[in-house]
Design a protein around this ligand. Structure first.
Ligand code: DAH
Length: 345
């Protein structure tokens, strides 16, 4: 036994390794579960009790030597690989981090919010899953109004039961109702959000899109306040000199109601594909909040009046960036999105 130990002691002392595999072989040979040291400890069990003291000591020292040498060589090998064996060239320039870009709808939404914030409007939000009351009834939709038809609205069934009165909101006007029900006038808010309609998806229609609703309720609010507010908004968004015109229209929740056109942002009114050669493009619906709606929300319609408006964000973005296919907004094609690279502050 002593002979074997002497022989291996010089081998261990002389051991060096150029590669990790050599070190691993050393570990297996001496320190492994079937290695020499394990074997020597097995033999040690058979040594007579007189010899046990001396041999025990020799054996332990031998084991410590092997372990220490293993650690030493491992350390040397580690720093050698880092310095010379690595194929990483630290002098190469790193990969640049690509800066993301904002979605065109976010750009438009933020711009709209900015403009109205400067006029003292706050931002409000409401749920996308709505009940009949907030989406239709409180907004003065008659019971048999075609907009409640299955064609337009995604109704939600409760379990196996019959179709309930829960639906995906078809417009952000529902947020007006929630706001007025839960507060006291004056109200001055814009409400951006996603809305849903039961439409086949094509370049010109989608089953979801985005709207921004506006509401201003106070004493003595008039139609001229509505016109001036929206006129200012358009000058800010599309530039000074953009013309506006109001056409009479109908919405159940406003009386009188109007649709607002602006002079075409692409051809400046001279006629193009975008404005179908009319020089005008429609951007929103608006009107004076119907007294029935105010009363439905617990607001005294003798004391308060208000105006409201609603616009499609995709339309606003289209007139800014000429995005002709609605599907592009939701497909997340990076080639499309990258075109809206903005400075990140
Ligand atoms: N909710 C209407 C729609 O989805 C848009 C609208 C029109 C909103 C007139 C209004 C409004 O607040 O006054 O088509």
């Amino acid at each position: 036994m002593q002979n074997i130990i002497d022989q291996y002691t010089s081998e261990i002392k002389a051991f060096t390794a150029a590669k990790a595999e050599e070190l691993e072989s050393f570990r297996i040979k001496f320190l492994g579960t079937k290695g020499i040291i394990k074997d020597l400890f097995e033999q040690f069990k058979t040594v007579s009790s007189d010899e046990k003291r001396t041999f025990g000591k020799v054996l332990n020292q031998f084991k410590q030597l092997a372990e220490a040498r293993y650690e030493e060589v491992k350390e040397g090998l580690g720093s050698a690989t880092a310095d010379t064996k690595s194929d990483i060239d630290l002098t190469l320039p790193g990969d640049g981090l690509e800066v993301g870009s904002r979605h065109p709808l976010s750009l438009v939404r933020n711009e709209i919010i900015d403009i109205f914030k400067r006029l003292g409007f706050v931002v409000a939000e409401g749920p996308e899953i709505e009940d009949d009351w907030h989406n239709f009834s409180a907004l003065n939709f008659p019971e048999e109004h075609p907009a409640r038809d299955m064609q337009d609205t995604f109704f939600i069934r409760k379990g196996d039961k019959e179709q309930g009165d829960i639906a995906l909101r078809t417009h952000t006007s529902s947020v007006q109702v929630r706001m007025m029900e839960n507060g006291k006038p004056p109200f001055r808010a814009i409400m951006p959000g996603r809305v849903y309609r039961n439409e086949a998806i094509s370049a010109r229609a989608h089953c979801f899109f985005h709207q921004v609703e506006g509401l201003y309720v106070d004493e003595n609010v008039s139609f001229s306040d509505l016109k001036q507010t929206l006129y200012h908004f358009v000058q800010e968004l599309y530039g000074e000199g953009t013309k506006v015109r109001f056409r009479p229209s109908y919405f159940p929740f406003t009386e009188p109601s109007a649709e607002m056109d602006i002079s075409c942002t692409i051809c400046k009114g001279s006629g193009c594909n975008m404005c179908k050669y009319s020089g005008w493009v429609e951007i929103l619906g608006c009107g004076m909040v119907d007294p029935n709606v105010l009363e439905n929300c617990g607001i005294d319609s003798k004391k308060y009046t208000g105006f409201a408006f609603g616009m499609g964000m995709e339309r606003i973005a289209n007139l800014k960036y000429v995005i002709r296919d609605l599907r592009l907004f939701s497909e997340n094609d990076v080639r499309f999105l990258k075109q809206f690279q903005t400075e990140i502050i």
